[in-house]
Design a protein around this ligand. Structure first.
Ligand code: DAH
Length: 357
């Protein structure tokens, strides 16, 4: 019995994993285990022999069983310790940066513009990029024979013979969103409408698709003074220069009366453009008081309501703010350009957090 005891205690101490423990259990105290077989022998002993051998065998069986349990537990503890040792993470290490895509300057600037105008109570409106020539022209007081139609280098959608739906165009400006918005929501209103526009034109500062945003504010007594304040507020926030000067030049657009083109103050030093200083001027937008014909096209009564509108090139102000010299590069999908001029995807522009960093 002592031999059995020493044999199994040694084997248990040496067992390296749970399955080794299990086979030792079968081998020692299982149905046909060595100790169980010994216990069967009890029947053939004399009562005296049985009296000492019986309790001794039971005690041996208990001892081996608890040694098995103890060894099993200590193996489990060791396994847990090993996991705790190997599966840890030093959360104080600096993060490994992974290259993700960047936010395109157009998207960035659209977000910046939206944040600034939202702060002044302007909502964002949208319209279709393929629109009827009525929304793109007629409703904006540009009738069929008007020279502005020819000036715009419009892309017309193909029409099959016999198709008598109204002619469709790729919108040449975001101004039709004015009509669509007022038709649907009436007056008063205060919106900006950013989006893509199309004209057949291509050089360093023109691409056949580009981006504009329209502004529209209609109420009972909105004036040019409100337009000027809103635009100056916008430029100061957008270019991050306080007290930036603007210049309103009398101009003509069919959809506004009076109309003004607006320049912002700038300087050229050593071929470098600086916005908000110096005595140069850069034209950045067209604007004016919404023409009564335009209000009427959108079922808004011009005797009750008036307001201002403006249209600005998003790509153009992006080029000015971030010093990008060639508009065509915006749409080349050149990864080097996108990485250089793109913005971090988690830096959402806000007025309180900073527009651009
Ligand atoms: N739609 C004009 C363009 O694309 C820009 C513009 C000028 C929009 C004057 C306006 C405006 O709303 O009042 O050239």
């Amino acid at each position: 019995m002592d031999d059995l005891r020493i044999k199994y205690l040694t084997l248990i101490a040496d067992a390296g994993d749970e399955s080794a423990i299990e086979s030792l259990r079968v081998q020692a105290v299982g149905k046909k285990g060595e100790i169980s077989l010994q216990m069967r022998e009890l029947g053939r002993m004399t009562p005296e022999e049985r009296q000492t051998a019986g309790p001794a065998l039971n005690a041996l069986k208990d001892e081996i069983t608890s040694a098995l349990v103890a060894r099993k537990e200590s193996l489990a503890d060791a396994a847990l310790d090993e996991r705790l040792r190997s599966e840890w993470l030093d959360v104080t290490l600096p993060a490994r940066t992974r290259r993700m895509g960047t936010i395109h300057p157009i998207s960035q600037v659209t977000e910046e513009v939206t944040a600034i105008f939202a702060d002044m109570g302007f909502a964002v409106a949208e319209g279709p990029q393929v629109d009827t020539d009525w929304y793109n022209f007629d409703a904006l007081n540009i009738p069929g024979h008007h020279p502005a139609r020819a000036e715009m280098d419009t892309f017309y959608m193909h029409r099959a013979e016999g198709d008598n739906r109204p002619p469709h165009v790729l919108r040449t400006h975001t101004s039709p969103v004015q009509i669509r918005h007022m038709e649907k929501h009436g007056a008063p209103c205060r919106i900006i409408a950013p989006g893509r526009v199309y004209r057949a034109d291509y050089d360093q500062t023109h691409t056949p698709m580009f981006n504009q945003f329209e502004g529209l504010a209609i109420d009972r007594d909105i004036s040019m003074a409100n337009l000027k304040w809103v635009l100056e507020e916008f430029f100061a926030a957008f270019f991050e220069v306080d007290g930036i000067k603007t210049r309103f030049r009398a101009s003509h657009f069919p959809f506004t009366e009076p109309s003004a083109e607006v320049d912002i103050q700038c300087s050229w030093v050593d071929g470098q453009l600086k916005i908000g200083e110096g005595d140069g001027w850069l034209e950045v937008l067209g604007s004016g008081m919404v023409h009564p014909h335009v209000l009427r096209s959108a079922n808004v009564d011009p005797d009750q309501w008036q307001g201002f509108a403006f249209g600005m090139g998003i790509d153009r102000i992006a080029m000015l703010k971030y010093g990008m010299p060639d508009l065509r590069a915006f749409f080349d999908s050149d990864l080097r350009w996108l990485r250089h001029y793109g913005f971090a995807s988690l830096d959402v522009p806000t007025l309180h957090g900073g527009l651009s960093r």
